[in-house]
Design a protein around this ligand. Structure first.
Ligand code: 13P
Length: 251
């Protein structure tokens, strides 16, 4: 059975104190509740240990937003998957378009990151999605296919079963332009079809595919109502506990 998930991605926002306040607020809002989806918050590295400790008795799970493509050693400023796992975080966002675009993360680098995350017991939330020009040229399907083939279709079926996919059209991220539920459902179904071709129907049926890109309390229910949209990866709207909670309640 595949899981529905609402995951926040704080990106480079919130000081440690602000992050603790936000996590505390969310914990309070969800106290004693059993949401109809798994709830994850993705925080900057420096928040992970404190936030994971704060949330250890709550339903909220913690994710990193990135990890290094090397296991350990002389890589100044990098944070390994083992270090992330040691904080109590259980997920790791990998391949976000901002990392691909601004930090030059290639298919090969992302393949290493996914492998290292899995080897350290973390569940990757692997992001894919096309830019505006590619959508305008109707190339979105080939783009997401190449991204999957380049970085995750090398995994065994067992390994692939541990990853969550997030379709995030780059033109919808932080722009207020959301994919329509029809556009999102269409490509989510295509992505699930690719997974079925590669790993078989059962693995595809069990694969959680999140939508990300200007998803908010107003449009979440319309998106999540579709059979192949299993939740959201939320940027801006995850920075306010009430907004994020409203998206969780869309399930
Ligand atoms: P926004 O929700 O701010 O558009 O960001 C989406 C995103 O990039 C989540 O990873």
């Amino acid at each position: 059975m595949r899981k529905n998930i609402v995951a926040g991605n704080w990106k480079m926002n919130k000081t440690l104190q602000e992050g603790v306040a936000l996590a505390t607020e969310l914990k309070t809002l969800l106290a004693g509740k059993q949401p109809n989806c798994e709830v994850i918050i993705g925080t900057p590295f420096i928040h992970l240990a404190t936030v994971a400790e704060l949330l250890k008795d709550s339903v909220i799970k913690v994710s990193a937003e990135n990890c290094a493509d090397k296991p350990s050693g002389a890589y100044t400023g990098e944070v390994s998957a083992a270090m992330v796992a040691s904080t109590g975080a259980t997920y790791c966002i990998i391949g976000h378009s901002e990392r691909r675009t601004y930090y030059g993360e290639t298919y090969e680098i992302l393949r290493e990151k996914v492998q290292l995350a899995l080897a350290n017991g973390l569940k990757p939330i692997f992001c894919i999605g096309e830019v505006k020009e590619e959508r305008e040229a109707n190339k979105q399907n080939e783009v997401v296919k190449a991204q999957l083939e380049g970085s995750v279709f090398n995994l065994s079926a067992e390994e692939f079963g541990k990853i969550v996919l997030a379709y995030e059209p780059v033109w919808a991220i932080g722009t207020g332009l959301t994919a329509t539920p029809e556009q999102a459902q269409e490509i989510h179904a295509y992505i699930r079809g690719l997974v079925a071709e590669k790993y078989g129907k059962q693995v595809a049926d069990d694969c959680t595919i999140l939508y990300g890109g200007s998803c908010n309390a107003k449009n979440a229910a319309g998106l999540f109502a579709n059979p192949d949209i299993d939740g959201g990866l939320i940027g801006g709207a995850s920075l306010k506990a009430e907004d994020f909670n409203a998206i969780i309640n869309a399930f």
